[in-house]
Ligand binder design. Structure first.
Ligand SMILES: [Zn+2]
Length: 364
């Protein structure tokens, strides 16, 4: 008997989601078959669905995925930490995979920029093995993926965002070199910004200043470590820069993190910084995210400007350890605040897109 599983497929940007069945085959060497227990809708899934970034269709979206191992192929024994893997284990994995030789991985320790890198939720559903996205019953974990076992104590809601939002912010805050006692400004309080506030605190920031135009998000940020929150919709750029600098004695913040995806905020963020400050861009992933800077300001203020994209596999391990160590301090379990079935994906996307939920979970 041929086993099948359900997948929610879209044929073109903005087309209706349809639940379809595809065959589930035995794993090949180096592969792991997982029965999905939860996946969450990331902002980038919405951008793909709306056609704002190219994505192969018909396809299965979703890359924030966790699940239980059903079958393990030859050659896979342990997770990234060296813990033995077995059917029945609940796991998370890197949102991308790349196999074969890699100049960036091997010479520059940047596996996340390996040539031929692919991401889950970005393949044609017609191609073998069909299941490579989150909104389905199953997912195949392919060679070149970093797999990590999840502790039983962690809920699915706490674990599912680890491999995108949390790991990305571990990477961004590492790039920002946040030091004990720093003042850190977070521009944008989507999922990245919320985790960014908490991680900055855990890295020793004395003061975290959160900026957003949605008052409800400012309230959420307070529960995740933000000491001061400012509604940017009520202030001119000059007033905002002045207010943040006044709240960051003696001469402005040490670090500003851009996680809002709006290029227009970058000049203000750089104006806020103290001399020698660090500015990290992690949100403006869409082409055409242009802004104008005066190079003279960068020189005279000794500004470090850094872009980060994806994350190193070690950041996924650190993301898990960060959430495990701080789940009593910050209410991570409340971030995933809604649950939908596979047949409710359209409703879940609509609610995620209009911000009426913080993070929508799909439970097959
Ligand atoms: Zn994502």
């Amino acid at each position: 008997m041929i086993r099948t599983g359900r997948a929610v497929v879209y044929d073109a940007p903005n087309a209706l989601f349809e639940v379809r069945e595809y065959p589930v085959r035995d794993v090949h060497g180096g592969e792991v078959l997982v029965r999905i227990t939860m996946s969450t809708i990331c902002r980038s899934d919405i951008h793909s669905y709306e056609g704002r970034r190219p994505n192969p269709c018909p396809g299965i979206l979703g890359h924030e995925i966790i699940g239980v191992i059903e079958q393990i192929g030859d050659g896979i024994r342990d997770d990234m930490r060296g813990d033995a893997l077995a059917p029945g284990d609940r796991v998370t994995w890197t949102e991308y995979f790349a196999d074969g030789p890699s100049y960036y991985r091997d010479v520059h320790d940047m596996p996340q920029k390996s040539p031929g890198l692919r991401k889950y939720g970005h393949d044609l559903v017609a191609d073998d093995p069909h299941f490579l996205g989150g909104f389905a019953d199953y997912c195949y974990i392919l060679p070149g993926t970093g797999i990590l076992k999840l502790p039983d104590a962690l809920s699915d809601e706490e674990a599912t965002p680890l491999n995108c939002g949390v790991a990305t912010m571990i990477s961004a805050t590492e790039a920002a070199q946040i030091a004990m006692g720093d003042t850190v400004v977070v521009q944008g309080l989507g999922l990245l910004g919320i985790y960014g506030c908490a991680i900055a605190k855990a890295r020793g920031a004395a003061r975290v200043i959160a900026l957003d135009a949605v008052p409800a998000r400012l309230e959420v940020a307070k529960r995740f470590g933000a000491d001061l929150c400012f509604d940017v919709s009520t202030m001119s750029e000059d007033a905002l820069v002045k207010t943040v600098r006044a709240a960051s004695p003696p001469d402005g913040p040490d670090v500003v993190l851009e996680v809002c995806g709006v290029a227009a905020v970058v000049p203000a963020g750089i104006r806020m910084l103290r001399i020698g400050g660090r500015y990290v861009l992690a949100g403006v992933v869409n082409p055409g995210s242009t802004f104008t800077l005066d190079g003279n300001d960068l020189i005279r203020k000794w500004i470090t400007l850094k872009g980060i994209h994806n994350y190193h596999p070690r950041h996924l391990i650190q993301a898990l350890d960060f959430v495990m160590a701080n789940r009593g301090r910050f209410p991570f379990k409340d971030i995933v605040d809604s649950r939908f079935g596979l047949d409710q994906l359209a409703e879940a996307f609509a609610k995620a897109a209009n911000h009426s939920v913080l993070r929508a979970a799909i439970v097959p």
